[in-house]
Each structure stands twice: as structure tokens, then as C-alpha cells.
Design a protein around this ligand. Structure first.
Ligand code: NAD
Length: 311
């Protein structure tokens, strides 16, 4: 039975990944300091004998060294995960995401972990021209968050060159799905809009709404992590998207059509640091980790709306 360490296990992606790892017969250690994540995400996990949770900061070196002992795979999801938050508070983001990543990677190589999969982000591309985004493009991080994610993947790749450890960085493109936090100033657009519109309220779009994203359903991201860990790829960063492009205006239309409502959005000023368009090329992910998105945007959105209607 393989043992996995999942950092950020109380978060949206980390908790969903932990669930699937347990279903696949893994023993899972979850680590989180419960800042942007929630204890409620751990409820069903903590009922399982093969799951252990540690409330810990990933910058705590002795604690991370202990947690990495006897681990086969590390899935490093913990981070302060928001572009606007990083613009408001660059120090917290840089510290958690950069020092935190260095601490996790170092603990992993000291413990002779087989593979570390790190969460990077499509934001590393910034507004570099050309779509879809291909990994050979020069990154252009335009916020402290994007820069911290670029650091995360570069350090992971460097570890595979310097030490006897495999590392893969996954550049997630706007992940969404059941369990994502709809609340707070820094909430992601899909859960936030679904919650507002389910309650009959109008969503606020920053900018003209013609900015586009390659919204990616959570199950695709979970699968990508497991394939990256169990496969033989190392020293690479690959895109994990759905391979499509949906504008924020279209997103509102889709939610209206699933909910059978006709709610018009309101518009406000664009936010600094936000990129205009995002769309993933998936060739390298196919080649390196045999990634193929199994759940498309429309199906994922329907499942997510149903989830929010039922909580
Ligand atoms: P999330 O906020 O739900 O999860 C992040 C978790 O990390 C939280 O539970 C938080 O409490 C924990 N955490 C933060 N700082 C920590 C620290 N210093 N020590 C221990 N735990 C800490 O966010 P998410 O959407 O699940 O994101 C997971 C990862 O995916 C992040 O690395 C994020 O940058 C990356 N990512 C997410 C998206 C997306 O669309 N959700 C897109 C690109 C990249």
C-alpha cells in the first residue's frame, strides 16, 4: 500500500485528491494549517482508518521532515492561492508559497521520497501573446502569486536535477468543482457566481467579461496528479486544462441556462494582475503523463451547480 503526503489537504483540491487516493488504496497523510482551507473538508476523510491529519504549517521544517518519513509520493497543494490576495499582501503569498515549497521539497528528498508532484498555475504565462498556451512559451508572471508558482515549479525541476528525486509540476488552469469555497473576497469565480445566482443575486464581473479561461473540472486535476506520481515523468512542468476557452460572460449564460434563470451580471473595474485570456495546449501533458481530460466544462459545470443547489 503506497503512502502519500498531501499538503493543503483541507483545501479544495487537496481534500478531493485525498479522497481519491484513499479510494485507490493509498495510505494518506494530510497536512494543512487551515488558513484558506476548512476543517469541514476533512470530515469524511477523518472517518477513514488510512487517513491521518496533521495541523501544521508547511514552513515548519522539523514537522515536514517527520511527515515525509516513509512516504512514497508527495502531492504539494498547499499555498496561498489567489492573484488579487497576492497583490494586496505579497509577503504572505511569497513566504507560504516559496519558502513553503522549498521546505516540502527538501523534506521529501531527505526522506528519499520517490516523486513529488507540485501545483503550479496557468498564471505563470501571464499575458504572453499566443494561444493556446504551450509550455515552450516564455513565462511572464504578472503578480506575486504567479511568480511564486513559477518559483514552485522551477525549484521542483531543479530538485530533480540536483538530487535523486522525481518531480513533476502541474500548471492548473482555473480548477472548479464541488467543495470549492464560494465565500470571501478572494473566492474563485465559478463557486462565487453559482452561489450568488442560485440565491437569485446578480454576479459582478471585473472588466468587460470578455476575458476567457480554460475552466477545468476537479476530477481531471485529481487524475493528473495521480498519473504524474505513478508514471515515469520527471523534471517537467505540464499544462492541466480542459483544452477549451470560455469567457466570463459565457459562464454567466451557462449558469443561467442550468439554473433556468435570466440573471444579468453587473460590471466593475478590471482587477490588477488578472490575465486576459487563458487556454491550455495539452500535447505535452499527454506525452509526459498520459493526461486526457475526462470531464468536459459543460458536464463539470452541471455537476457543480447541482452540488451547490443541494448544500
Ligand atoms: P485552497 O485554498 O482550497 O487550498 C490550499 C490549502 O493550502 C488550504 O487548505 C490552506 O489552508 C493550505 N495552506 C496555505 N498555506 C499553508 C501553509 N503555510 N501551511 C500549510 N497549509 C497551508 O486552494 P486550492 O484551489 O485547493 O489550491 C490548491 C493548489 O492548487 C494551490 O497550490 C494553488 O496555488 C493551486 N492552483 C489552484 C487553482 C484553482 O483554480 N483552484 C489554479 C491554479 C493553481
Amino acid at each position: 500500500m503506497p503512502t502519500a503526503l498531501v499538503t493543503g489537504a483541507a483545501g479544495f483540491i487537496g481534500s478531493s485528491l485525498s479522497e481519491t487516493l484513499l479510494e485507490r488504496g493509498y495510505r494518506v497523510r494530510g497536512a494543512d494549517n487551515i488558513t484558506t482551507g476548512h476543517r469541514s473538508n476533512l470530515q469524511s476523510l477523518e472517518d477513514r482508518d488510512e487517513f491521518e491529519f496533521y495541523e501544521v504549517d508547511i514552513r515548519d521544517e522539523p514537522a515536514m521532515n517527520d511527515l515525509a518519513e516513509g512516504v512514497d509520493y508527495v502531492f504539494h497543494q498547499a499555498a496561498v492561492p489567489s492573484v488579487p490576495r497576492s497583490v494586496d499582501d505579497p509577503i504572505t503569498t511569497t513566504d507560504a508559497n516559496c519558502t513553503g515549497t522549498a521546505t516540502v521539497l527538501d523534506a521529501a528528498r531527505r526522506a528519499n521520497v520517490d516523486t513529488v508532484v507540485v501545483a503550479s498555475s496557468s498564471s505563470v504565462y501571464g499575458s504572453s501573446t499566443g494561444l493556446p498556451k504551450v509550455e515552450s512559451m516564455t513565462p511572464n508572471p504578472e503578480s506575486p502569486y504567479a511568480l511564486s508558482k513559477y518559483y514552485t515549479e522551477k525549484l521542483a525541476i531543479q530538485f530533480s536535477d540536483l538530487y535523486d528525486i522525481d518531480t513533476v509540476a502541474l500548471r492548473y488552469f482555473n480548477v472548479f468543482g464541488p467543495g470549492q469555497d464560494p465565500n470571501g473576497e478572494y473566492a474563485a469565480v465559478i463557486p462565487k457566481f453559482i452561489q450568488l445566482m442560485t440565491d437569485g443575486n446578480c454576479p459582478v464581473i471585473y472588466g468587460d467579461g470578455e476575458q476567457s479561461r480554460d475552466f477545468t473540472f476537479i476530477d481531471n486535476v485529481v487524475e493528473a496528479n495521480i498519473q504524474a506520481a505513478e508514471g515515469s515523468a520527471t523534471g517537467v512542468a505540464v499544462n492541466i486544462g480542459c483544452g477549451g476557452q470560455v469567457t466570463v460572460n459565457e459562464l454567466v449564460d451557462h449558469i443561467n441556462s442550468i439554473l433556468d434563470t435570466e440573471i444579468d451580471p453587473a460590471y466593475d473595474d478590471p482587477r490588477p494582475g488578472d490575465v486576459r485570456h487563458s487556454h491550455a495546449d495539452l500535447e505535452l501533458a499527454r506525452e509526459e503523463i498520459e493526461y486526457e481530460p475526462k470531464v468536459d466544462f459543460q458536464e463539470g459545470l452541471e455537476r457543480t451547480v447541482r452540488y451547490f443547489e443541494n448544500i
